[in-house]
Design a protein around this ligand. Structure first.
Ligand code: FUL
Length: 736
């Protein structure tokens, strides 16, 4: 009986599969029950992107704009009923945004038309919680229009983020919400010209799990009808979330993933959405392995589902003033680029405008730096004049195609070949430290394992290796000088292809180290470059001229060091700046700070640099559960006018003000007289503040100052961390 049942369901699957096959788009293949493992691998190697997916992949680098009422409330996820009269970006200029992004090399901009809070940046007819009810342009503003117009003006594509989760809308959590959402979607897809990406986020933080059963299939249908070229991302069938928000993709990144077979509609409706769970595998997009042979053997469909890597240039998605000093550096962004675009993904970099409605200068500086590094690295393909030969070439698909700067022409081998090599010989020795490979994904993604080796006197030395290649693979390694290299494809799902190959040399990168960043007497500074044969130049403070760096620099006062390096072939590093601080006094610490918040050691408290409201700014010294007991040695008896000390309060981050602050003074270091004492009342307040405790005197002379601050010990009853150790964050003791 069981056998008959199995046989019938097998037959049904085959018939169903045959019917669907006729209508099947190129980015989906069905695995038949009769397929062998070899058949499955071959099928996987021949799944290709839909045109809209290919056009999207070619953009490589796209921009995200998180902007809305959250920007003005200084929050990330917002609240249900914010006071939207606070929304008034007086200097807003979408041309500035787009120009900055275009100059950075960004090819499309995606705007948070509506984030989770439900506030709409366009005058939606379906809710009052929108821009027309704010002071911005006296209610006549429409930022979706302003930005889409600016994108068209500058030749960039435009996409929208419409959060399915809407904490403001009353119908959310009922079937009526789907119609509301479709209405909003229709407004966005019809009134603003061409839309190239629709971004549906998966987050929902509703208390008590108020849950909306989203009608994804209707959303997708509407998008296909109104904007057929747009890719649908994240909670959508065309583009997948890479699985982190760090900017770093997987080392092995397959664009062909396993799907489960139900019907075409459900295949399109990929989802982590519970109502149709099972319609799509993988369920967990954070898995290390999504598309290996083992994974696809168990699948019933194979789907082209490429990765998008979203990350913010700042610690958070929306603008917050206190993040200004934490904008990612150009070198960090460059590393992210190598690990996103260079790992078969599209980089989606978020650059949030500030309360004025402008992109902040720190973000602009980093983006310019990134562009400089990219331009200087990829300006010349050092492999371009190579003589080239291959272990195997298919007619009309010679290996020389990989150097012709044309993605459509490519090298491949005869059908049965699954490993092969290409050898490049250069007219003279070249020096490089990165490589770029591209498969022709219009044929399929195939390469499973490869390495690059260079000829060194009498043998081949492996210099880089990898697994998948896909649309683009970038590799960095210590610099190599050689006249011959080989690209070795060790394993491919079927005959491999390569469309392009390049070798490049990055500009040098500097690092500055010192014995102490904050010192009492002096510190010794060393500057080095990541590349050999570079000359380093530096200047101290406001000196006019740069000097050549030869030896360590010794400084005994607060000093700003600016340096840069030039490599032998003339590539200049970005300038590097670092300030070293001199402590004003000697400190004896009888208490213990936590290593995570050391602020560069003991002297941080008297270095003249003040902590900001960001507890992570590197200037605060954190004491976990314990009190602070410090003595400052003025080295001679001095007249005192005042002593003040700053503490931070950030209760959600478990940082409380001290229970008590006591300041006492002494001439001999033994007998202390209390000159100030203050008892703090413990209040449950969310606002982050810096509080100064100041003792003012007339006619006090002393050599030693003792500061005692009592930690509240553990988080109080009413706190989420009740019973956990409380933090005391101190920075800067000022003595006058
Ligand atoms: C997440 C959201 O919850 C964040 O606020 C942000 O929009 C990010 C891009 O996606 O899931």
């Amino acid at each position: 009986m069981k056998k008959i049942f199995l046989f019938i369901s097998f037959l049904l699957t085959c018939i169903n599969a045959q019917q669907i096959k006729k209508e099947l788009p190129e980015n989906i293949k069905i695995i038949l029950p009769t397929d062998t493992k070899e058949d499955i691998i071959r099928k996987a190697a021949n799944v290709i992107p839909a045109t809209r997916q290919f056009e999207w992949q070619k953009l490589e680098f796209i921009g995200f704009i998180h902007f809305g009422i959250n920007t003005f409330m200084d929050v990330e996820w917002g609240i249900r009923d914010a006071d939207i009269s606070k929304f008034n970006p007086e200097k807003l200029d979408c041309n500035q945004w787009v120009k900055v992004l275009k100059d950075a090399g960004i090819k499309m901009v995606i705007l948070t038309a509506k984030h989770h809070d439900g506030f709409c940046l366009w005058p939606s007819k379906y809710t009052d919680y929108n821009i027309s009810k704010t002071p911005y342009k006296n209610g006549k503003g429409d930022i979706v229009k302003e930005l889409s117009d600016a994108c068209r003006r500058f030749g960039l594509k435009f996409g929208i983020y419409l959060s399915p989760w809407d904490m403001h809308e009353k119908t959310y959590g009922t079937p009526d919400y789907n119609q509301f959402f479709m209405n909003q979607l229709r407004e966005l897809l019809t009134n603003y010209g061409k839309i190239s990406e629709v971004w549906f986020d998966g987050a929902c933080g509703e208390p008590n799990c108020k849950k909306e059963i989203y009608d994804w299939n209707s959303y997708y249908k509407l998008i296909r009808e109104l904007q057929p070229d747009a890719v649908i991302a994240i909670m959508g069938p065309d583009v997948r979330w890479v699985g982190t928000e760090s900017g770093y993709g997987r080392k092995t990144e397959w664009s062909v993933l396993p799907g489960s077979f139900q019907n075409l509609d459900n295949i399109a409706a990929n989802s982590q959405q519970k109502a149709i769970d099972g319609a799509f595998i993988p369920k967990d997009l954070t898995d290390e392995d999504l598309g290996s042979r083992d994974k696809i053997f168990n699948a019933s469909t194979l789907i082209w589902y490429p990765a998008e890597i979203d990350v913010s240039i700042r610690p958070r998605w929306f603008y917050h003033k206190e993040d200004d000093e934490f904008v990612k550096s150009p070198y960090k962004l460059f590393d992210i680029y190598f690990n996103s675009v260079g790992l078969n993904g599209v980089l989606l970099l978020n650059i949030p405008p500030d309360k004025n409605g402008l992109i902040h200068e720190n973000d602009i500086k980093s983006l310019k730096g990134l562009r400089y590094l990219l331009d200087k690295t990829f300006d010349v393909n050092l492999a371009k004049n190579a003589r080239i030969k291959a272990s195997n070439e298919l007619k009309n698909h010679n290996a020389k195609n990989i150097l012709d700067n044309n993605y459509n022409t490519y090298w491949t081998t005869e059908d049965t070949i699954q490993s092969a090599w290409i050898e490049l010989t250069f007219p003279k020795k070249i020096k490089f430290n990165c490589a770029m490979l591209q498969e022709n994904i219009l044929i399929g993604q195939r390469i499973e394992k490869f390495h690059i080796e260079s000829w060194s006197s009498s043998s081949w030395q492996k210099i880089a290796e990898g697994t998948t290649v896909g649309y683009k693979r970038l590799l960095r390694f210590p610099e190599v000088t050689t006249n011959k290299i080989r690209i070795v494809i060790e394993q491919s799902r079927t005959n491999p292809t390569l469309s392009s190959f390049g070798l490049y040399l990055t500009p040098p990168e500097l690092s500055i180290k010192s014995t102490n960043k904050i010192f009492k007497d002096h510190t010794v500074i060393t500057i080095s470059s990541d590349q050999k044969d570079t000359k380093i130049f530096y200047k101290l403070n406001n000196e006019k001229r740069f000097k050549k760096y030869i030896n360590q620099i010794v400084v005994n006062k607060k000093t700003k060091v600016t340096a840069y390096a030039i490599s032998k072939n003339g590539k200049k590093s970005l300038p590097f700046e670092e300030t070293f601080y001199k402590a004003k006094y000697n400190i004896i610490n009888n208490s213990k700070y936590d290593d995570k918040y050391s602020a560069n050691g003991l002297y941080a408290l008297v270095d003249g640099a003040y902590g900001t409201t960001n507890f992570n700014d590197g200037k605060w010294q954190g004491y976990h559960g314990n009190d602070i007991d410090i003595i400052i040695d003025l080295e001679e008896v001095k007249n005192l006018k005042s002593v003040s000390v700053n503490f931070l309060r950030n209760i959600p981050a478990y940082i409380f003000l001290p229970q008590e602050v006591i300041i006492s003074v002494s001439n001999d270091g033994k007998n202390y007289e209390t000159v100030y004492s203050f008892k703090e009342e413990l209040k449950n307040e969310n606002e982050t503040i810096i509080k100064s405790y100041k003792a003012e005197f007339e006619n006090i002379k002393c050599k030693y100052i003792k500061l005692y601050a009592k930690n509240i010990g553990t988080c109080p009853e009413w706190h989420t961390g009740k019973g956990d150790k409380a933090w005391l964050f101190i920075d800067e003791i000022t003595i006058e």
